[in-house]
Design a protein around this ligand. Structure first.
Ligand code: ADP
Ligand code: MG
Length: 633
């Protein structure tokens, strides 16, 4: 008998599962059934796709049985399948380690908040290990399809497991749970049926339950018992049934099993395409974004079936990356069953299904935004960010996505769309204005906004890091269905850039310009290489100064972000300093000739403008020194 230690992550995971999922421990059965179903899917696929397995004929099935021994206090629950099975190495790999690399960071996230987010851990597909919530010993007897040897894996779920040689007549796995005292409640016909109906009714293979039924004679006296086996799930592929036959509960139940979620989905989209292409899709949008949405090795949420036969649940190409939060099933009638991974990648049929599905989902998102405020807000709170990714990844659907993304703004508290913005623009306004770089609070306090606000121009507050990359690439917004003569297209302009101030009411008046010329010259001289230019501002009302980026330069905030991300090679970006000629600090410079004094004022004007935008200043001590000198005067 070989003794093995669990990988450290497994021990941690076990601990977490037992403590955070305990109140919901019945899900262990759903997990074991779903593993059995996966194993049957895999073997079924091989028997059609791989010549080496063609000779195996099998009737896929899952069998559940229990044994209750009240006196000895030793009850067991057994879940068996005749699927792909595992050999010695598979057992050690699958039931002794956690393969996915995002696991560690995931565990760290959970450990901080273990009790609160049992939903997360469910989505993670903790699967097999959840059985240790009800069992203090588990045996797995397994024989891999096409191999003769069978193996037994045994563990108490503490720190390791044993693997020894065993016997099994056919391929498949038998999982035997030695139930704890509390776990004994599951060694019971009614609770098993209840849990299976609730979580696993739509598993595509038959699930049988074997139990003993007492028999009575004519006088009602017990005369013995008889062993019976009943099928306990309905087992139809729900996505192939017609919508009219199905109720919300059916859809929700299937989702919980498919998405490993204890919560109901936010909504679902069920489509059957007939005609030149025949396929069914059933998509779900989870209420909460999948925990691994921002991991590079996220698990795709959509499974591919061909004529009801499972093909893969691990193909990231089935959906565009920006829709990676979608859960569901694609089932095609037009693909060959033995379609290989490589073929899938450039398969025309699949590409058409994918494009159709994206269009369908976009349409549903739009409908939701028009008709269901509450759900829409949940949706946006979770998925605004991936939608924005779609803006630059999915050029073909950019216009549709642009109608869906939402932004914050200077005039309202909630989310607004670009259509909302355009509909309340002043009639002579030519552009859509936005500000990026920093959190909402910093942005809203930016002096750059003063003149826009004073002129009644709304500005979009873009406080998401990704905005700085996405929005400039979008460039313009086209109003859908604009009437004849109305302007159709609007340029998106960042207010923290040179050239975004041309619409600001007060035209630079020639005399003001002339009068402040000597002041500007003094400031330029004093600041020298620290700035790209110094200009008289049109956008300032109350503040004395602000900084903007030159039209084609990255903003200072963006430069700061790139640097923080390790892009040390960035060339230094110099800001343009704009000053408010009407502000006493600036106007007061006209009669000052003392170069030291001018240098102090100039330095403070620049550094404070940087500080308000949330940018780190290079020499804080110098700033403080200058400020103090000015305060003394
Ligand atoms: P997941 O199902 O998300 O991969 P689990 O913890 O439920 O995670 O299972 C881990 C792995 O163990 C599975 O991926 C599979 O390779 C293997 N496994 C579990 N149960 C079975 C089974 N009944 N038949 C074959 N393999 C199984
Ligand atoms: Mg599983």
């Amino acid at each position: 008998m070989a003794q093995h230690q669990f990988q450290t992550e497994v021990s941690r995971l076990l601990h977490l599962i037992i403590h955070s999922l305990y109140s919901n421990r019945e899900i262990f059965l759903r997990e074991l059934v779903s593993n059995a179903s996966d194993a049957l899917d895999k073997l079924k696929y091989l028997t059609v796709a791989d010549d080496a397995y063609k000779s195996i004929s099998f009737d896929p099935r899952i069998d559940i049985a229990f044994h209750k021994d009240e006196k000895a206090g030793a009850s067991t629950l057994t879940i068996a399948d005749n699927g792909i099975g595992m050999n010695e190495a598979d057992l050690a790999d699958s039931l002794g380690t956690i393969a996915r690399s995002g696991t560690r960071s995931f565990l760290d996230k959970l450990a901080a908040d273990a009790k609160k987010d049992s939903n997360l851990i469910g989505q993670f597909g903790v699967g097999f290990y959840s059985a240790f919530m009800v069992a203090d010993k588990i045996e797995v007897i397994s024989r891999k399809a096409g191999e003769e040897a069978a193996w037994k894996w045994t563990s108490d779920g503490k720190d390791g497991y044993d693997i020894e040689s065993a016997q099994r007549d056919t391929q498949g796995s038998t999982v035997i749970l030695h139930l704890t005292e509390e776990g004994t409640e599951y060694a019971n016909r009614w609770s098993i049926e209840d849990i299976i109906k609730r979580y696993s009714n739509h598993v595509a293979f038959p699930i049988f339950l074997t139990y003993d039924e007492k028999e009575y004679d004519d006088k009602g006296k017990e005369k013995g018992s008889k062993t019976k086996t009943d099928r306990i799930n309905s087992g139809t592929a729900i996505w192939r049934r017609s919508k009219s036959e199905l109720k919300d509960e059916d859809y929700n139940e299937f989702y919980k099993q498919l998405g490993h979620d204890t919560d109901e989905p936010l909504f679902y989209v069920h489509t059957k395409a007939e005609g030149t292409m025949e396929y069914s899709t059933l998509f779900y949008i989870p209420k909460k974004a999948p925990f691994d949405m921002y991991n590079a090795d996220y698990k795709p949420g959509v499974k591919l079936y061909v004529k009801r036969v499972f093909i893969t649940d691990d193909d990231k190409e089935l959906m565009p990356t920006w829709l990676r939060f979608v859960r569901g099933v694609i089932d095609s009638e037009d693909l060959p069953l033995n379609v290989s991974r490589e073929i899938l990648q450039q398969n025309k049929v699949l590409l058409n299904i994918k494009n159709g599905s994206v269009k369908k989902l976009l349409g549903e998102f739009k409908t939701l935004s028009d008709n269901n405020k509450e759900k829409w807000e949940t949706f946006i709170a979770q998925y605004n960010r991936p939608l924005k990714e779609g803006l630059y990844q999915d050029y073909a659907n950019r216009e549709a996505i642009l109608e869906l993304v939402r932004f914050k703004s200077t005039t309202t508290d909630g989310w607004i769309s670009l259509a909302d913005y355009v509909s309340r623009m002043k009639s002579d306004q030519k552009h859509i204005y936005y500000i990026t770089g920093g959190d909402e609070k910093t942005l809203k306090a930016s002096p750059l906004l003063e003149a826009y606000t004073a002129n009644g121009i709304e500005v979009l507050i873009m406080d998401d890091e990704i905005d700085d990359i996405v929005i400039p690439s979008v460039g313009r917004y086209k109003r859908p269905g604009a009437a004849e003569g109305e302007s159709q297209e609007f340029e998106l302009k960042a207010v923290n850039r040179a050239g975004a101030d041309e619409e600001l009411g007060e035209k630079k008046d020639k005399t003001a310009e002339k009068e402040s010329k000597p002041i500007i010259e003094k400031l330029k001289k004093a600041l020298g290489e620290r700035v790209k230019d110094v200009k008289l501002s049109r956008r300032l009302h109350d503040s004395p100064s602000c900084i903007v980026a030159d039209e084609n330069d990255p903003t200072m905030q963006m430069a700061q972000m790139l640097k923080a991300m390790g892009q040390a090679e960035m060339p230094e970006i110099k800001p343009i300093l704009e000053v408010n000629g009407d502000h006493p600090i600036v106007a007061g410079l006209r009669d000052v000739e003392d170069d030291n004094r001018i240098a102090d004022v100039a330095g403070v004007l620049l550094d404070q403008a940087l500080l308000v935008e949330g940018i780190k200043i290079k020499d804080p001590a110098d700033f403080v020194k200058r400020l103090n000198r000015l305060l003394v005067k």
